[in-house]
Design a protein around this ligand. Structure first.
Ligand code: NAD
Length: 482
């Protein structure tokens, strides 16, 4: 009986993409694994055809069917209005988790050589500041929304622990800035601390992101798996790839509930594109992660061993050759192919993997239920060149005869009214004006808010509002800083 080959979608991408992807495909083919690549377009070529998202329909159709992508880097057009094809792919297929493993490699000398680094960053991939929701609040003030959901936190934390279990890892750190962003970054910390209890065999630890960066530079060997929010993970994972030899060696997997996209961490490297000098290791190791994901663990293992044997034998790509003669991209791939089936001498090269269990996707709208909730006030963001006391006088007049009091005025997080400490802060023309009910236990209604906005709008420019809510008696907003 004839079986269909396992199909995978392959996107060669831009710049050095086609060179490193073709090297990886050659290596995959040489393992004898039964897969059939479907070559598809995304990135610069799509933008040239005026496909705004950077990802043509045929590519989307292929990915929906194969559910697995091996992808070269895609150039992001710079400038207003242009979308990133990478972000399109990540959001279309909701690849919520980005696994970025790095390890010490034989012959790849760095200041950390000998410390046996073997670290995986698990980066949340679809939320946080990277949702790209930004607004100009005034001609001189920009704002970005940092969106963190309980659902997103649960998915990424579970992925980190499930990966740790599958890969026989011992420790998971959660790196956040929860001391400053108590609600957003804090949500990841709390979710982590809750879910960690379900994985007693794995040591779990919370660490502040700035200290994590410091510790990664000082004592990186203490880290095993690090789970973190999107932007922190973006920065930390480039840092960890720098500790072990640079972008040329850093693979990654973008994991979703249905689709997984495997790619190098590096970009399209336009400075070396088309010269056959790019290091294909990152993409070849990404291909090994892909093979493990589709159940071809033995082939994945063979590729990883062959990469190590190749490096042990002194073959060097251009980015790490130093004084020695570098191998071209194709020569490097050929050397790996020649070493398939050989065993590496590198300590700790062998790791038993099991399949990572991934949370299934759900069609339901995800929500956290509360027993009691109410709106207790409203923050109104006002564009104004007035001094805080003048603005406060106006707003207090507006409040007279309403059910609301002006509670405070903030400017860039500083309380500037009431302010009796005489401290000077640099003011910008965006004020956050907080109004609370005079009867503090009463709930504020939509019509009261609308009436207030109408009155404010007669004299001032307001941009947006935030309702101040209480969930189960807990204030669901940040306290004012003074
Ligand atoms: P880059 O990673 O392309 O290059 C940074 C430096 O590293 C360059 O000097 C480059 O020559 C070198 N380098 C990268 N990969 C290498 C390899 N395999 N072998 C040898 N040297 C290598 O970063 P960049 O210059 O900031 O970005 C270039 C383009 O790539 C931009 O359009 C960016 O948006 C895009 N990009 C795409 C992805 C992706 O598709 N996942 C990731 C990052 C950047």
């Amino acid at each position: 009986m004839l079986f269909d080959k396992r199909k995978i979608t392959v996107i060669p991408g831009d710049g050095i993409g086609p060179e490193v992807v073709s090297a990886a495909l050659k290596v995959i083919e040489a393992t004898g694994v039964d897969i059939e690549p479907e070559i598809r377009v995304a990135g610069a070529e799509a933008f040239k055809k005026d496909i705004e998202s950077g990802v043509p329909d045929e590519t989307i159709e292929s990915i929906e069917r194969t559910k697995v992508v091996l992808k070269g880097p895609l150039e992001t057009p710079i400038g207003f209005g242009n979308k990133s094809a990478n972000v399109t792919l990540r959001t279309l297929f909701e690849t919520f988790g980005n696994l970025r493993p790095v390890r010490e490699l034989p012959g790849v000398h760095t200041p950390f050589t000998g410390r046996k680094l073997d670290i995986v960053i698990v980066r949340e991939n679809v939320e946080d500041l990277y949702t790209g929701i930004e607004y100009m609040q005034t001609p001189g003030v920009a704002q970005a929304l940092k969106i963190i959901s309980r659902t997103g936190c649960e998915k990424i934390v579970r992925l980190a622990f499930e990966f740790a279990v599958a890969a026989g890892r011992k420790r998971v750190h959660c790196a956040t800035k929860a001391n400053i962003m108590k609600l957003t970054e804090g949500m990841l910390q709390h979710t982590f601390e809750e879910i960690a209890k379900q994985y007693p065999e794995i040591e779990s630890k919370h660490i502040l992101i700035d200290n994590c960066a410091h510790q990664l530079a000082m004592r990186p060997e203490q880290f095993d798996v690090i789970v973190t929010t999107n932007m922190n993970g973006d920065i930390l994972s480039d840092l960890t790839s720098g500790l072990t030899g640079g972008l040329g060696f850093a693979p990654s997997a973008n994991i979703g509930s249905d689709v997984a996209i495997f790619e190098a961490v590096h970009g399209s490297a336009p400075d070396i594109a088309g010269k056959n000098v790019a290091n294909p290791t990152a993409l070849i190791l990404s291909a090994a992660m892909m093979l493990r994901h589709i159940g071809e663990g033995d082939c994945a293992h063979d590729i990883e061993e062959a990469v190590l044997v190749t490096l042990e034998s002194g073959v060097r790509s251009g980015d790490m050759a130093g004084e020695t003669k570098p191998s071209s991209t194709t020569e490097f791939a050929d050397a790996i192919i020649a070493n398939l089936g050989k065993k590496s001498k590198t300590v700790g090269a062998h790791r038993d993997f099991r399949a990572v269990r991934i949370s299934p996707s759900s069609e339901d709208v995800q929500a956290v239920e509360t027993k009691a909730r109410k709106v207790t006030g409203v923050d109104v963001f006002i564009e104004s060149k007035l001094q805080p006391e003048q603005l406060a006088a106006d707003l207090n007049d507006i409040c007279a005869g309403t059910t609301l009091n002006l509670h405070m005025i903030g400017n860039r997080g500083n309380t500037v009214y009431p302010a009796d400490d005489g401290r000077k802060v640099t003011l910008i023309d965006q004020y956050r004006c907080r109004f609370m009910k005079k009867a503090r236990n009463d709930a504020l209604t939509n019509s009261e808010i609308l009436a207030l906005l109408t009155k404010i709008g007669e004299a001032h420019t307001w941009m947006h509002i935030e309702k101040l809510q209480q969930f189960d008696g807990e204030d669901a907003f940040s306290r004012t800083k003074s």
